[in-house]
Design a protein around this ligand. Structure first.
Ligand SMILES: *Cc1c(COP(=O)(O)O)cnc(C)c1O
Length: 379
């Protein structure tokens, strides 16, 4: 099946028992056992649920893996993957990973002896040099949040493979429709499916996929043992969202390309970060490993502009955390998504107080632009 067909018919297509074209919401915690030791293959919904299983098969098909896992949030998915490691191990993370990923490593896993270090994952030789004997995995986002730094995933994964460690890629910003990390050599892909995969800002969820049977077995064990699973109704919402991923992404990206070009030439915008712009540092790598530049844009207003006033003036574009929904959202990384990173670290990686991050929605692009242009003028 081609990709756009897979989005609609991948995983488990419909309900074999009734012919329902959609996988039903199996809103049940447990399953009748016919006799002692004789069950239907379903025992308890933390361990497995048919609606969740359909979603897990779907994301596995889409990422080109062998097994998928659905969790109650992106952080639950990332935490489950981090639970594969042990005390004394260390994880290398890209310099501008999602704030919550940094926080869970720094404030939770560190307490159990799992260490982390920041690395220039976009520089293969620096990455190689950073792999000390205790480093067991690299965790990469590309493009990374919020400066959209591009990492050459195949290069990073090949360094990791040569050094005998795992590559974990957070593919939230791209989705499998735009980028397939497993095909580039990654071992595990994680998602905040809250974002583009769900696509409608109505469900918090996380996914993980691998193509290694042993990792899959251990992740299945962790998922059941730790228990941060996605419920049946939310699994249904995600399956529903994923069906329209291709048409939504195409529109998100077309709008983003147009807005990035307009921002880049606006006299009162001092800088624009968008991998789809020809002069963006990671542009060539991005277009080699992904379909296009995606739909996230960051920018800074020119000196003398007041970003608080910019946010206050916006009417259509909503000031909110999160991204990837059909509606355009804007955020202030320094005080919102990346507030959990100490200011000093934040500034060092380039997340200044003037930085604005835009998640381009699928509204009419001229409506989005007039709102942004007006807010820039008033700022
Ligand atoms: C939002 C996000 C997460 C966390 O996911 P939740 O669903 O909010 O728990 C992780 N990584 C990236 C890149 C994100 O944008």
């Amino acid at each position: 099946m081609k990709e756009q067909t897979l989005l609609i018919h991948g995983g488990i297509d419909g309900d074999a028992a009734t012919g329902a074209v959609n996988v039903p919401i199996y809103q049940t915690s447990t399953y009748r056992q016919r006799a002692l030791g004789e069950n239907t293959g379903w025992e308890y919904s933390r361990t497995g649920n048919p609606t969740r299983a359909a979603l897990e098969a779907l994301i596995s098909d889409l990422e080109g893996g062998t097994r998928g896992f659905a969790f109650a949030s992106g952080m639950a998915a990332i935490s489950a993957v981090l639970s594969l490691f042990k005390s004394g191990d260390r994880i290398l993370i890209s310099k501008n990973v999602y704030g919550g990923t940094f926080r869970v490593l720094d404030k939770v896993f560190k307490q159990f002896g799992l260490g982390y270090a920041l690395a220039d994952t976009d520089d293969a030789s620096a990455l190689d040099a950073a792999i000390a004997p205790d480093v067991k995995a690299i965790l990469v986002e590309s493009p990374a949040n919020p400066l959209l730094t591009v990492t050459d995933l195949a290069a990073a994964a090949s360094v990791a493979k040569r050094r005998g460690i795992l590559t974990i890629v957070d593919n939230t910003f791209m989705t499998p429709y735009l980028q397939k990390p497993l095909a580039l050599g990654a071992d595990i892909v994680v998602h905040s499916a809250t974002k583009y995969l769900g696509g409608h800002s109505d469900v918090v969820s996380g996914l993980a996929v691998t193509n290694h049977p042993e990792i899959a077995e251990r992740l299945a064990f962790v998922q059941n043992a730790v228990g941060g699973v996605l419920g049946p109704f939310d699994s249904f919402l995600l399956i529903r969202g994923i069906k329209t991923l291709a048409v939504r992404m195409d529109r998100h990206v077309a709008n983003a390309e147009s807005l990035a070009a307009r921002l880049a030439t606006h006299p009162e915008v001092s800088r624009v970060w968008y991998p789809g712009l020809k002069d963006f540092p990671g542009h060539d790598i991005q277009f080699r490993q992904a379909k296009n530049g995606g739909a996230m844009i960051s920018f800074e207003l020119a000196d003398g502009k007041d970003h608080r006033e910019f946010f206050r003036t916006l009417r259509l574009v909503t000031l909110a955390e999160s991204l990837g929904g059909v509606e355009s959202l804007v955020c202030h990384p320094a005080s919102m998504t990346h507030a959990s990173i100490p200011k000093e670290t934040r500034e060092k990686v380039g997340i200044t107080d003037r930085l604005i991050r835009l998640s381009v929605g699928i509204e009419d692009v001229d409506d989005i632009w007039s709102d942004i242009e007006n807010a820039i003028r008033k700022a």
